[in-house]
Design a binder for this molecule. Structure first.
Ligand SMILES: Cc1cc2nc3c(=O)[nH]c(=O)nc-3n(C[C@H](O)[C@H](O)[C@H](O)COP(=O)(O)OP(=O)(O)OC[C@H]3O[C@@H](n4cnc5c(N)ncnc54)[C@H](O)[C@@H]3O)c2cc1C
Length: 414
């Protein structure tokens, strides 16, 4: 295995300062909003002040946007900020930065990487994307073929290959990249993890249009792209471990995001039911109630999951939240169309659009959501694959037979 080099910064800082209480945090938020009135302060400046005060992620270490406080206290900070009229934590284009890059840098990045990337990520100066999937390597991610070869003269890595379905790559400054550095090793062992500058020479981003007519995602072609070794995350050959950490965070980010009661599609469906009695048919009543109850159960489960993430690294349990979220979204958008009848089928906006940083998705029609939620059971791992994860890693059932685990990647049929 090519991982002879020492792992850099691969331990999560689990020390927690228990002296931080809800009251102390409320007063810390009060100090920030007094010095930087959210109504008049530029959002980037406001978020910067929040980061510097350690209120970005309270469980992160001091100096990296946190206070090493218990993670469960983050909700105290968030509630206080909402009450003070602070800009909402609406990730939009920043889902990958906030939901995946930040926790992965915290767990696996070295000090220099944390210092360089965490603040601009949190203040939303820099957008991130995830360069994992490839044609021929989606669910079977460890089969990926994008190569990173060491230039012995400079120590840089030279990357060649193609990625696909890369959400927001066209806006991104940085990408989370998994590439093959050891083709002579079995497929899970020969991978390494990098941070790639999306504006570097050799990075070409081409839009892919999806069922809604929009182009959220892209094909990304990488031709002789140079990445300095300082932008490698974890040891050479440890890419699978870092990628698995990213995927578990992704499932929590997609399936267990903070949501108020009647937030998202559940709120839209409930409003439609209450405000438009003329649309109701008797058969739909129990389906709407059932969906509302399931949405509330999922919201509370997600809250419990977030509070359980005491060590900062989610486990395979996040897969269940992601499966439930995807199925429920598809059911709720379908129910809304059943209610609306012909009116609901009126979605016909096929304008080629790119999502904007301040796009408000909550204003979109149910016709749009009906199409967009189909992707929920594919993005971040398909429902079938997540069922495998739950079967093997949560329930301890026998694993799927995999004959290719020990064969060198270069000898696998492709
Ligand atoms: C809206 C959207 C956004 C996305 N954004 C990104 C992104 O930003 N970055 C990125 O890297 N990727 C992204 N993806 C890609 C996504 O992660 C992949 O599409 C996904 O992992 C599935 O891979 P695949 O498309 O190659 O399907 P395949 O792996 O070819 O799977 C095809 C079907 O076979 C099933 N299947 C495969 N293997 C098994 C098995 N062992 N057991 C049971 N069933 C199996 C799958 O579940 C699926 O139903 C995005 C996808 C969507 C839809």
């Amino acid at each position: 295995m090519a991982s002879a080099q020492p792992a850099r910064g691969t331990r999560t800082d689990k020390r927690t300062d228990r002296t931080w209480t809800a009251d102390r945090l409320r007063s810390a938020v009060h100090d920030v909003v007094t010095a930087h009135d959210p109504a008049t302060t530029d959002p980037v400046e406001f978020l910067g002040a929040l980061f510097d005060a350690g209120l970005a992620w309270v469980h992160f270490p001091p100096g990296h946007g946190g206070l090493s406080a218990p993670r469960a206290l983050q909700s105290v900070v968030d509630d206080e900020l909402t009450a003070a009229g602070a800009p909402p934590r609406a990730p939009g284009l920043h889902t990958i930065g906030l939901g995946m890059a930040a926790p992965v840098l915290l767990a696996f990045g070295d000090e220099a990487q944390k210092k360089r990337f965490l603040r601009p990520l949190f203040t939303r100066r820099e957008v991130w994307c995830q360069l994992f999937s490839e044609p021929g390597a989606g669910s079977d991610l460890a089969a990926l073929a994008t190569r990173a070869e060491r230039d012995e003269a400079t120590g840089d890595w030279v990357v060649n290959g193609q990625k696909v379905w890369t959400s927001v790559a066209h806006e991104a400054h940085w990408g989370l990249l998994v590439a093959r550095t050891g083709p002579e090793l079995p497929k899970h062992q020969g991978l390494s993890y990098f941070l790639v500058d999306m504006r570097a020479p050799g990075v070409e981003v081409r839009p892919l249009r999806q069922a809604t007519g929009e182009a959220e995602f892209n094909e990304v072609f990488l031709t002789d792209v140079r990445i300095p070794d300082t932008h490698r995350v974890g040891a050479v050959g440890d890419g699978w471990k870092v990628a698995s950490g990213t995927l578990m965070n992704e499932r929590v980010a997609i399936g267990a995001g903070a949501m108020p009661r009647e937030g998202g599609l559940a709120g839209g469906l409930a409003r439609l039911w209450r405000e438009r009695p003329e649309l109701r048919t008797s058969g739909l009543h129990s389906s709407v109630v059932r969906a509302w109850v399931d949405a509330e159960a999922l919201r509370l489960t997600a809250e419990r999951l977030r509070q359980q993430l005491a060590a900062g690294q989610p486990g395979p349990e996040g897969s269940a939240a992601k499966i439930a979220f995807a199925g429920l979204n598809q059911r709720m958008s379908g129910l809304a169309l059943d209610l609306l009848g012909e009116e609901g089928l009126g979605y016909d906006d096929w304008t080629f659009r790119r999502p904007e940083p301040d796009d408000d998705f909550s204003t979109r029609s149910f016709g749009f959501f009906y199409l967009r939620t189909k992707g929920n059971s594919i993005e971040g791992g398909t429902t079938e694959i997540l069922r495998n994860v739950i079967a093997e890693r949560v329930l301890g059932l026998p694993p799927e037979p995999r004959s290719d685990k020990t064969i060198p990647w270069k000898d696998l049929p492709r």
